[in-house]
Design a binder for this molecule. Structure first.
Ligand SMILES: [Zn+2]
Length: 137
């Protein structure tokens, strides 16, 4: 788990978090997944175990882990990596993000690119600057 100051996320942007996510995703041959939570003015990036039975092509966060953070913190985004495909979200990714109303962040170890998706049910204003930054590289 790594902690970032909330200001980095809301004002400065994603840069340090991007580096950190790249670092942990590049270490694995399988999809890496985790949660980005708001914790008392700070942001924690929490790597979770990928419970999927085909972890090279999909991810599944342990339900106990998810519920623990969901009940006690605001989950700002769920991140995962793609190891066999580019940074485009799968249909399943988009469906899941819309369903649970939490933005998705993906990093492809293949293309070395990030992608960010905000469900239509979430306040986009909060993420606008970051989204712009995310899409501009
Ligand atoms: Zn995916």
């Amino acid at each position: 788990m790594t902690t970032f100051h909330l200001g980095d996320f809301l004002a400065v942007g994603f840069s340090r978090m991007k580096e950190y996510i790249e670092e942990i995703c590049e270490k694995s041959q399988e999809e890496v997944c985790g949660l980005i939570i708001k914790n008392k003015g700070k942001i924690d990036v929490i790597e979770c175990e990928n419970m999927s039975s085909s972890p090279k092509n999909s991810f599944e966060i342990n339900k106990k882990d998810f519920n623990k953070y969901f009940l006690n913190f605001k989950i700002l985004a769920i991140f995962h990596s793609h190891v066999n495909t580019d940074e485009n979200f799968s249909k399943k990714d988009l469906l899941m993000s819309n369903e649970i109303m939490i933005p998705f962040w993906v990093y492809s170890t293949k293309t070395k690119k990030h992608n960010f998706y905000i469900p239509h049910t979430v306040n986009k204003k909060l993420y606008q600057k970051q989204l712009h930054e995310m899409c501009s590289n």
